[in-house]
Design a protein around this ligand. Structure first.
Ligand code: SF4
Ligand code: SF4
Length: 317
């Protein structure tokens, strides 16, 4: 059956702003204006969903940086959950695809993998979120043989090395095979999902980045058309991610169900961890400016956060 046709004729097409991915693949980045849509394609027995976005520029000090990727990923995750219910009407076994997205995209010819370890699709560059529904819920061993385990460098990647040179954490090793190129433990995006420590020397590299790091994408010539569209976040963002406002929100009961959940997603709503990263960003911003708020958080906040706050106060007293 033509699942894409069925999806596009269903109530979900307008509800989730769905479009088929086809003609767009030939559009130049500078001309691409299909933001806000969720593009769907069917390949290798899977329903692929792509949600392109324009990255946020890094806001001024005093505000935590949260890349637009995280807003987009929540949208595409919710869309996937709805489409999964729809797809099960035709494919009762349908479930979330558990294989390699890179291998899938590469083998379908929709896009390529790049030196910076990200997936590239011409009109979106590397700035898109992706979800995949495996229509037959195969185990990993049952994925089509055409899917290579480890995609090689592609013709699209210019192997110019700008991404590795730009990485503030030295996490992209030049000249190494793809599987060893990204040193995850060093990557800022990885660090953001671990507990912050006031004594971690890499805190200073992270600046005010709370969620996301786009350095290796913004310098990539293959992303030039998207990078040129980069915008300041809206005014509400500055209020919401003001470091003092966010620190107070973290220690306030009900944080997990607050407006921040729409950005972090339920799985990442860990107030203790987020607070640690906010405190690290405050250090980079000048801890003195935030000391009164940090002390207020200590006084009024959940005692479970005491050690995190005291750890930073002890060093920066
Ligand atoms: S910056 Fe150069 S080497 Fe890195 S992904 Fe882009 S084209 Fe490839
Ligand atoms: S996301 Fe940031 S830290 Fe990670 S590899 Fe890219 S530039 Fe380096």
């Amino acid at each position: 059956m033509d699942l894409i046709k069925a999806v596009l004729e269903s109530e979900y097409a307008s509800k989730l702003n769905l479009k088929p991915l086809g003609a767009e693949l030939d559009v130049e980045q500078a001309d691409f204006d299909g933001y806000g849509y969720c593009y769907v394609a069917e390949a290798c027995g899977c329903l692929l969903m792509f949600f392109p976005y324009v990255p946020h520029c890094v806001p001024e000090t005093g505000t935590a940086y949260v890349d637009r990727y995280y807003y987009a990923s929540q949208s595409v995750y919710r869309a996937k959950s709805e489409l999964l219910r729809f797809a099960r009407g035709f494919f009762p076994e349908a479930d979330t695809y558990m294989g390699s997205y890179k291998a899938l995209v590469r083998s379908t010819g929709i896009g390529a993998s790049l030196y910076n370890s990200l997936i590239y699709i011409k009109p979106f560059g590397t700035f898109f979120c992706m979800e995949v529904i495996d229509l037959k819920n195969r185990e990993a061993a049952g994925y089509p043989e055409a899917l290579p385990e480890e995609p090689r460098d592609t013709d699209e990647c210019l192997i110019c090395g700008r991404c590795s040179k730009s990485c503030p954490a030295g996490a992209l090793l030049p000249g190494t095979p793809p599987s060893e190129r990204l040193v995850r433990e060093k990557c800022i995006r990885q660090k953001q999902f671990e507990d912050a420590s006031p004594r971690d020397p890499s805190n200073v590299i992270r600046g005010n980045r709370l969620l996301g790091c786009t350095e290796c994408q913004l310098v990539c010539p293959l992303n030039a058309g998207v990078a040129a569209k980069m915008t300041r976040p809206p005014a509400e963002y500055y209020e919401m991610f003001d470091l003092d406002t966010l620190a107070k929100a973290c220690v306030t009961p009900g944080f997990k169900k607050s407006r921040y959940a729409e950005v972090f997603g339920y799985n990442y709503m860990k107030p203790r961890r987020i607070l640690g990263h906010v405190l690290a960003a405050m250090v980079n911003d000048g801890f003195e400016k935030h000391r009164a708020v940090v002390e207020e958080c200590l006084e009024k906040g959940n005692p479970a956060f005491r050690d995190v706050i005291e750890g930073f106060l002890e060093i920066y007293q």
